[in-house]
Each structure stands twice: as C-alpha cells, then as structure tokens.
Design a protein around this ligand. Structure first.
Ligand SMILES: [Zn+2]
Ligand SMILES: [Zn+2]
Length: 332
C-alpha cells in the first residue's frame, strides 16, 4: 500500500504542486446552487471533452457500427468488428498520449504529478514492464468485456427487447441523456469502486489496478477481468431506461477510452506551438486515490465522496482528516 504518512505535496522539492482545493460539482451543495451546478455541467463536464466524446459516439454509430439487421442475431463476426473498433479507439487515445508524454517526453516533467516514469523493472507487472502489463489488461480483458456489454445491448435493441427512443422525436430527451451518461458514469464509478475496496474484491480483483501508484495513459482500464465485469456493468442501465444505440456507444467510449486521459499522470497537456498553451489533462482527484487508496472513490461530476466524508481535496487539512479517519478505523 502507498505511504499514507507522506504529506500531500513537498514544497520546494521540485515536484509539481497542483492548485488546491480540488473543485467538485456543486450539485450536492447545501443550500442548493442550481445555476452553479448547471454551469459545472457545461464546463468542465461537457467542455471540452464531453462534446468530443459525444461527437465521436455519433460518428461511431453512423459509420463504425454494424447494421441493426446484422446485430439481430448473435454472431461472432459483427462482435469482432465492434471489438476491433473499440480496441483501436482505446489504442489511439492511450497510445498517442503515451507516445507524446512518455516516449517523446514532449513536455518533460511539466505538470507531472509524480517524478517517476513508467516502471520497467518491477516484477509485480507482467514482463516486469508497467506499460506492457497495462496494455495487456486493457486490450484483452478490458476491450473484450466492454465489447461484450455493448454487443449484448445492441442485440437487445435489434430485437426490440429493451425500450428505445427514436432520435427524430426524442432528440430533446436524448440530448439530456447525453449529459446524463457522464453523471451516471460518475455515480456508478463511486458505487462499484466502493464495492471493489471491500476485502475479498480488493484482494482478488482491484489490487491489480492499484499496483499502479504512479499511473500512465495505459493504466486507465488496466484491471482484473472481474473488475471489468463490475466496472462496465453501467451498460445495464440502458436495459431498463429508454435510450438509443448512440447513448450505448457513448457510454462505452466514455467508460472505456476516457480513463487514459484521467490516468495520464500530467495535470495539463501542453498543446500547439505557442508556449504556455495547455488543456486539461489527468484528474488530480483520482490521482490522489491512486496515491492514498482511502479517499476519492468517485470523481468530480457526482462527488458522493463529499457526502460520505472520504473527499480529499488536496489540501494539508484534508490530508490530516484522512489520516485521522484511517487511524480511528484501525483502533475501532
Ligand atoms: Zn484508477
Ligand atoms: Zn481503488
């Protein structure tokens, strides 16, 4: 387990110190702040990344998905096609981030949370190589289980076994549902992640993801198959809530291909040629979970951690509170 006695940042050590406290969605604030909550949904939930994932889902549905007629019967051919498409999208996102940040080291250590690079000598990892190990779990179990849930849901739609909404008449509902995908993903992540920290589930499954104290893009969905089964079970919501194949694809893309961004290890990505131009990178909220284990089980859009007292906002005060909580748990 990580060294929980360490302080959050080491001033003067040269380590990058992110701005704290971490801001979360105000949706649980009391008294309610509906305008602030709505503003948070626009940015950062939808802008810039939410809109990009939604656009990619539209393209994927229209051009990279087998026809409904084909998907009406379970056949390995079209499922393999979906697997290849999902694996390629995952590889494009994680691979390009890895190449830029860890192979070319285009921004060196600027905005990097941890001074270490990916390990190549740790025998906890397959082939003692963290990147190869992470790629293995992501592209085998990860992309396969993501594809299995997506294919099953598409098969249900193709046979009219689950409720669906037409885009033509239902576009206002489906637009709201598009934002709902990100909130559902966040709430489901907290719930499933809490379960994965329960003794047996941690020891048999979740430990695999947590070998990565220092994370990189390929760490995103580098998980045990049992964790993948739980992590991707969010698709099941669409078996009861009316939706559309585009929503199903967006669910998969966001759950499967956005974690490489959140785990990239750099808080900001330098973009373009102009010096100082950056865009939002990996999530400090989740980085603290990898560093300390006992905090930040969810993420920022639906911060259930705030309700249950497990939120670490990156400040020394929050760190002291977390240590106190762990101490009282041990002495109970
Ligand atoms: Zn993680
Ligand atoms: Zn965890």
């Amino acid at each position: 387990m990580a060294d929980t006695s360490a302080v959050v940042a080491n001033p003067g050590s040269g380590e990058y110190e992110p701005a704290v406290p971490i801001a979360t969605s105000p949706i649980f604030d009391w008294p309610p702040r509906p305008i602030a909550a709505l503003r948070f949904l626009v940015k950062p939930v939808m802008l810039p990344y939410g809109v990009c994932w939604a656009a990619l889902a539209v393209l994927t549905w229209n051009y990279l998905t087998p026809s409904m007629e084909r998907m009406a019967s379970l056949h390995p051919g079209w499922m393999a096609q979906i697997y290849v498409r999902n694996a390629l999208i995952l590889a494009a996102v994680a691979g390009s981030l890895h190449l830029a940040l860890y192979v070319r080291r285009s921004q060196q250590q600027r905005y990097k949370y941890d001074r270490q690079w990916m390990s190549t000598t740790n025998d906890e990892f397959l082939w003692t190589n963290q990147t190869r190990d992470n790629m293995f779990w992501s592209l085998t179990s990860g992309a396969v289980i993501w594809t299995a849930y997506e294919s099953l849901t598409m098969w249900f739609y193709a046979n009219d076994w689950i409720p669906s909404v037409e885009w033509g008449s239902g576009w206002p509902y489906l637009s709201v549902l598009t934002v709902g995908v990100f909130l559902w993903s966040s709430a489901h992540f907290y719930l499933s992640h809490r379960l994965l920290h329960v003794g047996w589930f941690y020891d048999h499954a979740h430990y695999l993801h947590h070998r990565n104290v220092n994370t990189g893009p390929w760490t995103g969905i580098s998980m045990h198959p049992l964790e993948h089964l739980i992590y991707f079970s969010l698709f099941m919501l669409w078996w009861v809530v009316p939706a559309h194949p585009y929503i199903v694809i967006l669910t998969g893309l966001f759950q499967g291909a956005s974690p490489p961004v959140a785990h990239a290890g750099f808080e900001r990505f330098e973009v373009g040629r102009r010096e100082g131009r950056t865009t939002r990178g990996a999530d400090y909220f989740h980085h603290l979970h990898h560093r300390y284990f006992e905090c930040n089980y969810g993420n920022r859009p639906v911060p259930i951690d705030k309700l249950f007292g497990t939120f670490h906002d990156g400040t020394p005060e929050a760190h002291a509170k977390m240590r106190q909580r762990m101490k009282s748990r041990r002495t109970r």
